[in-house]
Design a protein around this ligand. Structure first.
Ligand code: NAP
Length: 460
């Protein structure tokens, strides 16, 4: 079954859903493209009313949305509530600011007058992951619907109830049929959607493998795409870091969402003189986490999203060890029902170990000691990924200097507050291309049209 809700807290199946037939898919595409023909002509005020209403409903019903998510992919309830609130803020942000972001841009040619106009382009196809089941959807819905496009979205196989709840949100907010369509489709059908001439752009958030496949398909069709892919972010600790402050961010940065965050801290790169102290405190803090029911607010360690995600992560850790890595804590599943993994720290991961270049999507930290700042930057840059990263130092001027030298899409100094509605989010290298959120996020799928007025005779 391609779409299945299984609670990873106890691995009990709740519901499963059939993928739709090709005929049903075509019917949905007809409704979406006909909706676009009207929606593209609507005023910003009209769009704003619907998107702001969706934001308000998400806020009002946050508990309900959060519980669906916690049951379906195991996110701790307090984190799920935070994610739903943030998703509501993203929708409200675009409702408020889209018109300003897309207003005509006056140009100053030598002759005549000219401006750039931003117009919608059509049906946009979103393919989204399970790790932030609502935030990921809000990140595409807010900007692209406000820009006058319409959306068809394939969500991940393990969160169909989140996908269905988000589609219903739009209808409850008064959206016309076809403005936001959830598609329970297979990968083959996803290719059909990308090939469909009514679809004019593709936005993926997911793994590198999915990115290669979906970007190639979009490329064959000469369609614009944005790729938000994986990461293996460096968490650089310099010798002058405030250790207490740094450890709190280290734990949060690696363990938030049970470690299943694209831009989580995954490689801890610590300058030699502070490395032992850091490691001892980091290990103590991770050991204090208590596995339990993610619905219980006292739980500090939730399960992974699915049993198969756990099995895959354990295999990755075993492979890293067989290639020479050492485990200094954890490394195994927790002996209890559900998809729980011990917080894990690995050392001695050498460049020839495949793990050195891997993304560990769960509570597994790789720890490296380095001689100094230059060595830390060199190691941070020795990665196929380039999504986020952070540096901890009491000297913020030094922090900014290090940030400039790390080859990545986002750098955080003395924090890893990854995402805000108004700040662009995205990466380079295997972490993908394009940006979501902020002003940049709404510019991805609009036609930037030049309009020039020149009172002149045609050249002969
Ligand atoms: P995934 O396996 O790539 O799945 C993501 C989405 O892509 C799902 O909807 C999945 O559908 C779909 N998909 C995968 N292969 C496909 C194909 N060949 N054709 C059509 N659809 C396809 O990734 P995941 O394991 O769910 O998510 C974790 C990954 O996402 C990590 O690498 C993480 O770093 C990355 N991520 C990146 C960001 C960012 O903003 N950069 C944010 C969050 C997560 P099915 O479930 O049906 O296979």
């Amino acid at each position: 079954m391609a779409y299945e809700s299984v609670n990873p807290f106890d691995n009990k199946r709740d519901k499963s859903f059939e993928t739709i037939t090709d005929k049903q898919l075509e019917a949905k595409m007809v409704i979406a493209s006909s909706c676009y023909e009207t929606w593209k002509h609507t005023s910003y005020a009209h769009r704003r009313a619907i998107v702001a209403k969706a934001a308000a409903l998400l806020h009002d019903e946050a508990e309900n949305f959060a519980q669906i998510e916690t049951r379906e992919m195991g996110k701790r309830i307090s984190e799920a509530r935070g994610e739903v609130e943030f998703s509501s803020q993203i929708l409200a942000y675009y409702a408020e600011n889209a018109e300003r972001f897309l207003k005509n841009l006056e140009l100053h040619p030598t002759l005549g007058e000219a401006h750039m106009e931003s117009s919608p382009i059509g049906v946009i196809f979103g393919v989204e992951p399970w790790n932030f089941p609502f935030y990921q959807l809000a990140r595409v819905a807010g900007p692209h619907l406000m820009a006058g496009n319409v959306l068809v979205v394939k969500h991940a196989g393990c969160v169909p109830q989140c996908a269905i709840a988000f589609e219903k949100l739009w209808l409850d907010a008064g959206a016309p049929a076809g403005l936001y369509t959830n598609l329970l489709i297979s990968h083959d059908q996803s290719n059909q959607v990308i090939d469909d001439p009514r679809v004019k752009g593709v936005a993926l958030t997911g793994s590198v493998a999915a990115g290669r496949s979906i970007a190639a398909r979009a490329g064959q069709n000469l369609k614009p795409s944005s790729m938000e892919l994986g990461g293996s972010d460096a968490f650089i600790v310099l010798e002058d870091a405030d250790l207490e402050h740094t450890i709190k961010w280290a734990v949060w940065g690696r363990m938030y969402n049970a470690g299943q965050t694209c831009c989580a801290a995954k490689r801890f790169i610590v300058v030699e003189s502070i490395a032992d102290k850091f490691l001892q405190k980091f290990q103590a803090a991770l050991s204090a986490l208590k596995a339990g029911d993610p619905m219980d607010e006292n739980t500090t360690l939730g399960p992974l999203s699915t049993e198969s995600a756990l099995v895959q992560l354990l295999a990755q850790v075993d492979s890293a060890v067989s290639h020479g890595a050492k485990i200094i804590m954890g490394g195994k599943r927790i002996d209890r029902p559900g998809a729980f993994m011990q917080p894990t720290i690995m050392t001695d991961v050498k460049p020839e170990n495949p793990a050195f270049r891997d993304e560990f999507f769960g509570p597994v930290a790789m720890f490296f000691r380095v001689k100094d700042e230059d060595a830390a930057i060199a190691l941070a840059n020795d990665s196929d990924f380039g999504l986020g990263g952070s540096v901890f130092t009491k000297d913020t001027v030094r922090g900014r200097r290090v940030a400039s030298r790390v080859e990545t899409g986002m750098m955080f100094i003395n924090n890893i507050s990854w995402s805000d509605a108004e700040l662009p989010f995205g990466g380079i290298k295997d972490s993908g291309y394009g940006r979501e959120l902020g002003d940049m996020g709404i510019q991805q799928f609009v036609n930037k049209k030049l309009v020039r007025t020149l009172v002149a005779e045609a050249p002969v």
